[in-house]
Design a protein around this ligand. Sequence first.
Ligand SMILES: Nc1ncnc2c1ncn2[C@@H]1O[C@H](COP(=O)(O)OP(=O)(O)OP(=O)(O)O)[C@@H](O)[C@H]1O
Ligand SMILES: [Mg+2]
Length: 211
Amino acid sequence: MKGMFITVEGPDGAGKTNLIKRLVKAIEAEDTRPLVVTREPGGSQIAEEIREILLTPRHMNMDPRTEALLLAAGRRQHVVEKIRPALERGDNVLSDRFVDSSIVYQGQARGIGIDVVKEINSFAVEGLKPDLTIYLDVDAEVGLNRIKHKDSNRSQDRLELEKVAFHDEVRKGYHTLIEEEPERFVVIDASQSEEDVFQETWRRVKDRLIK
Ligand SMILES: Nc1ncnc2c1ncn2[C@@H]1O[C@H](COP(=O)(O)OP(=O)(O)OP(=O)(O)O)[C@@H](O)[C@H]1O
Ligand SMILES: [Mg+2]
């Protein structure tokens, strides 16, 4: 049987990476199949090298379409090398971001257009879709402040350096996607405490794990 493909989405600083750490233990305890945990941009060696190019603040002059194509190229390699083989051998896969991120960051917030970005990504992933997407919903400003203040050791990447208006568009883009496919998304209020975000997510996701 095919494994289950779960993605976690949300604006910068929503708490995706944090939630995934907690979810891994819970999913592994509930479901005996191996769990492959991965992230985008990146997830394979080639894609991690592309990630460097994408996120370094050295490339503030990157063209939006270049950005979208690099993301799709990295994603292609990630799918071929890691995600698809894992699902085919029956492992579950949990990914920190996937196609939805490109649709909202490049399509909506950069203004290339949602449909164009969907098209280049459909070329890249050949129809692969998450079975379930956990969306951490939080005000753009709240997320950005978490990154800035709570994690002062961590320097901001090129996309995080965008203004609040850009991140408001990101959130708007996610809401459009959720309206289009309400059954795929589990929307979580990520303004809650880390523990409550985890508890609510787990309560709502547990029963949807394919048995
Ligand atoms: N619910 C929460 N309440 C308060 N702070 C939180 C919450 N969730 C995460 N944080 C803190 O906010 C910061 C960002 O969290 P995290 O890295 O998990 O977000 P992220 O969504 O993965 O961000 P990015 O998009 O930049 O990868 C961390 O310092 C984390 O401890
Ligand atoms: Mg993260």
